[in-house]
Write a protein that binds this ligand. Structure first.
Ligand code: FHN
Length: 448
């Protein structure tokens, strides 16, 4: 490692701000224009589905009948299950109800524009037919089907972009151990990982997003991240890669620290998890979040967020120029939990009427008004009203000419009466909110 590498390394392990990374970590000489072009579909999409599916889905949060706390996909670790015992789940992983087209259809109806599914999580089990290990969906289970291929094909057939989650952290692989040194054994693991990524990036069609994860392991570093990022881009130059390909600051999972941690330069976007940053991060970002409290399926986790609260989170995120990757944890039988389907259907109904205020939108002119949020695009400001007022809506702080106002969910776009003074806009609104979660009023700022 030369001095620059050492500086980058020290910097990446700081608890806060990547003070030096801005200048020292440059993986590609990509121009801003080229990056904007590559990111365009992603900034338009705004809303995607995360899918955590694997052997842990069979366990469903219990081991020997005992509920294991925290994330379902961590059951091997949290339940201190010997690897040999855990691997026996593969004999029971036979998701006969799995229908890739059905999963993609549910995502599409929810208004989601891309899917990111776990190709390999920390437990080392591959959902795709890898040639580099027999511990995979085709060789190790009675199901014997490459579900990643089936999902990739279903996405292609349904105009849905297809992305993959891949964990550098691998509890199973002999080359992995929780130490700092990059040992020869770890180098062998790196070859394994790159081999699998080559399979995923050459055999499953265009991969829209690579969500790396588990980079907190001590021997992972920015240099390895830069090499991996370049390797993946050499196979699919347009793939969008998250910041966990490199190294996030130690406090990256702490919401209040976000202003000091969400500025890494590895990959293309920041990855706040289970929270929405209060400020607008300096570059592209995607919040990933569960619908209940677990990514991987747990039969006893019924702590579901309402569709209204998730709609407001989507609005909140879009109002800060971010993307929302909302997770579903399918069961060991290969179906989405019923409650997930119900919530996604309700979100889809809202998106049908109001998606124009989310897709391709960025933050509006008002920062967190008391009544809701604002987004905007192409000559329109979208007022997202969370709390519908009993009488007129009075909006302060919009210093632009307004030529028309109407409810986004009104197909006839009947104009709403409004009066605008220098900085006050009073809109005559219907007595009842047209939508749950968020009702949207469009203000046209261009004379149409
Ligand atoms: O440890 C993983 C966890 O299981 C899950 O995959 C989330 C999703 O972003 N990522 C890690 C926790 O930060």
């Amino acid at each position: 490692m030369d001095v620059k590498d050492i500086l980058v390394e020290i910097n990446s392990r700081l608890p806060f701000y990547n003070l030096l990374a801005k200048d020292l970590y440059e993986v590609t000489g990509e121009s801003r224009e080229a990056r904007d072009e590559r990111m365009a579909w992603w900034r338009e999409a705004r809303f995607g589905m995360f899918i955590h599916w694997g052997l842990y889905s069979v366990a469903a949060g219990k081991w020997n009948g005992i509920p294991i706390p925290h994330y379902g996909e961590w059951i091997m670790h949290n339940g201190q299950i010997p690897q040999r015992q855990y691997a026996k789940l593969a004999d029971r992983f036979n998701p006969v109800k799995f229908d890739a087209g059905e999963w993609v259809g549910i995502a599409k109806k929810a208004g989601m524009k891309y899917i990111v599914v776990t190709a390999k999580h920390h437990d080392g089990f591959s959902l795709f037919h890898t040639k580099l290990s027999k511990y995979n969906m085709v060789d190790a289970t009675p199901f014997k089907r490459d579900v990643i291929k089936e999902l990739a094909d279903a996405c292609k057939d349904n105009g849905m972009r297809f992305g993959l989650y891949y964990s550098q952290l691998d509890w199973l692989h002999a080359g992995y151990s929780f130490i700092f040194a990059v040992t020869p054994k770890f180098r062998k693991y790196l070859d394994f990982m790159k081999g699998q990524l080559e399979e995923l990036l050459t055999c499953y069609g265009p991969i829209c997003e690579l969500f790396f994860d588990g980079e907190w392991m001590p021997q992972w570093n920015m240099k390895l991240g830069a090499e991996l990022e370049s390797f993946c881009r050499s196979l699919q130059p347009n793939v969008i890669i998250n910041n966990r390909v490199g190294k996030r600051p130690i406090l990256c999972m702490v919401p209040w620290a976000a202003p000091f941690t969400m500025n890494t330069t590895c990959g293309d976007f920041e990855t706040p998890e289970q929270f929405i940053p209060e400020h607008i991060p300096p570059r592209d970002w995607e919040t990933n979040m569960t619908m209940n409290d677990t990514f991987g399926y747990k039969e006893n986790d019924d702590n579901w967020k309402s569709s209204g609260s998730l709609i407001r989170k989507l609005v909140e995120i879009a109002s800060r120029n971010g993307n929302f990757l909302l997770n579903v944890g399918p069961t060991g039988d290969g179906v989405f939990p019923e409650k997930s389907v119900e919530i996604l259907s309700e979100i889809g109904n809202w998106m049908k009427n109001n998606g124009d205020s989310i897709y391709g939108a960025v933050g509006g002119p008002l920062n967190k008004p008391s009544w809701g949020r604002t987004t905007r695009k192409q000559g329109k400001i979208f007022l997202h009203i969370f709390d519908w007022p009993a009488s007129d809506l009075v909006v302060s702080g919009i210093n632009e000419d307004i030529y028309n106002a109407y409810l986004l969910s009104d197909p006839a776009r009947r104009p709403l009466n409004f009066k605008k003074s220098i900085d006050k806009l009073r809109i005559d609104i219907p007595r009842c909110a047209p939508d749950s979660g968020s009702s949207v009023i469009v203000l046209e700022t261009n004379r149409v």
